[in-house]
Design a protein around this ligand. Structure first.
Ligand SMILES: Nc1ncnc2c1ncn2[C@@H]1O[C@H](COP(=O)(O)OP(=O)(O)OP(=O)(O)O)[C@@H](O)[C@H]1O
Length: 380
């Protein structure tokens, strides 16, 4: 477990209620210093509330928020060693770029000299690749440049934690991808802790070291991006992070998570099972589209189907395949331009997958989730 001195943010039994609504159930969680963590989950799951409690814009209904080991209960937002970047940058349109950035500094350090303010402002603009843009008016900048100014304004105070609330949501896809890479580089260079709120799973997986998946006001899984994708803790995470096929199955035998299942078409498969399931239990079986291999129909006892739709994506193609008694399965296949290997709607295909690929969850996974609190800790 990460030691106390290496933790930057800690929740101890933190919850938040708004009247009858419990936005965040009692939660323990800890973020090591210098981590890039993404809070990921569907709308209303409590991500922003967690971020606002770190920033001091909301008070917890119970529990303690610690930053750098210090209890923040009586510390107002402007005295916390954190800064926040919002989706709508909230820049002052009548100020030039330098004045917008310097505003953040003057608010918390009124005694700095003008030359020191000018120096730090120029440094912050250089950090976000906007050196030389100080005299521009906000309306003379592109959306991406405006977001960088907002970032510089948040960094100019040299916070130890930067909170990012869907900061790239207003940008178009290409700019968003560029900014994702820049933010990642910036975080590595500065070595400060970044907490990113997003409902975009690709953004969370590609940018952060640690993904914290939330659902219904609880943390359901905390781990490295590949861990979240390859070993989802429950059916919700498997469905929310990445695309997957869900098949109905029944457990025939389960030995410490290595199970034999019968699918609804009668086929028997091996699967890794998560949770407490014994023989006879109904399970939902997750099979990622890229785990399905497509080949020429071979006859025999394997799985086969008919291609119904194809979405060509350049280096890959996605196929919707109708499989008797199982329904429609989504498969992703690599495509090489050298050989014309695309399948067409109407083509029959055989489908195979590795024995370890299917992941099974108790069919009642989400309904039976009655835990009172989430206790999760990043292991570093
Ligand atoms: N000030 C408030 N008063 C009452 N309820 C609130 C308030 N703020 C948030 N909530 C409720 O708390 C729950 C969690 O909200 P929160 O904004 O944290 O979700 P979120 O995961 O950030 O969602 P989104 O992605 O849509 O921003 C929601 O049910 C929301 O309606």
């Amino acid at each position: 477990m990460a030691g106390q001195q290496t933790l930057d943010i800690e929740f101890r039994g933190v919850s938040k209620r708004y009247g009858d609504v419990t936005a965040v159930h009692p939660t323990d969680f800890a973020v090591p210093k210098g981590a890039f963590i993404a809070l990921l989950g569907p709308s209303g799951c409590g991500k922003t509330t967690c971020l606002r409690m770190i920033g001091g814009f909301e008070q917890p209904s119970s529990g303690q928020v610690l930053i750098g080991g210090a209890d923040m209960a009586d510390v107002p937002p402007y005295r916390r060693p954190v800064n926040m970047v919002f989706q709508h940058y909230a820049l002052f349109p009548h100020f030039d770029v330098s004045a917008n950035v310097a505003y953040g500094l003057r608010q918390v350090r009124p005694r700095l000299t003008s030359s020191e303010i000018a120096r730090r402002t120029a440094d912050a603009l250089a950090m976000v690749q906007l050196a030389g843009f100080g005299a521009r008016k906000v309306h003379e900048l592109s959306g991406g440049q405006q977001q960088r100014v907002a970032l510089a304004r948040a960094l100019v105070n040299r916070p130890s934690v930067l909170l990012l609330d869907e900061p790239l949501a207003a940008l178009d896809k290409k700019l968003r991808t560029d900014m994702q890479i820049e933010l990642q580089n910036l975080q590595r260079e500065l070595g400060i802790t970044f907490v990113l709120v997003t409902h975009d799973q690709e953004e969370a997986l590609s940018m952060s070291d640690v993904v914290c998946v939330m659902n219904g006001g609880r943390i359901v899984q905390l781990g490295a991006p590949d861990e979240i994708y390859d070993r989802p803790a429950d059916r919700f995470v498997a469905a929310f992070v990445g695309k997957t096929n869900f098949l109905d199955g029944t457990v025939l035998a389960n030995a410490n998570g290595a199970a034999r299942l019968r699918l609804s078409n009668g086929m028997e498969v091996s699967a890794r099972v998560s949770g407490d399931v014994s023989a006879g239990a109904d399970v939902a079986v997750s099979l990622r589209p890229e785990a399905l291999r497509l080949g020429a129909p071979a006859g025999g006892t394997g799985l086969s189907g008919i291609i119904r739709n194809r979405i060509f994506l350049g280096s890959t193609a996605e196929y919707a395949i109708e499989v008797p008694l199982l329904g429609t399965l989504l498969a992703t296949a690599d495509h090489s331009a050298a050989q014309s290997d695309l399948l067409r709607p109407g083509d029959p295909v055989a489908i195979s997958f590795n024995p370890g690929a299917p992941l099974a969850f108790p069919a009642s996974d989400n309904k039976t989730r009655q835990r009172e609190s989430s206790h999760v800790q990043i292991v570093s």
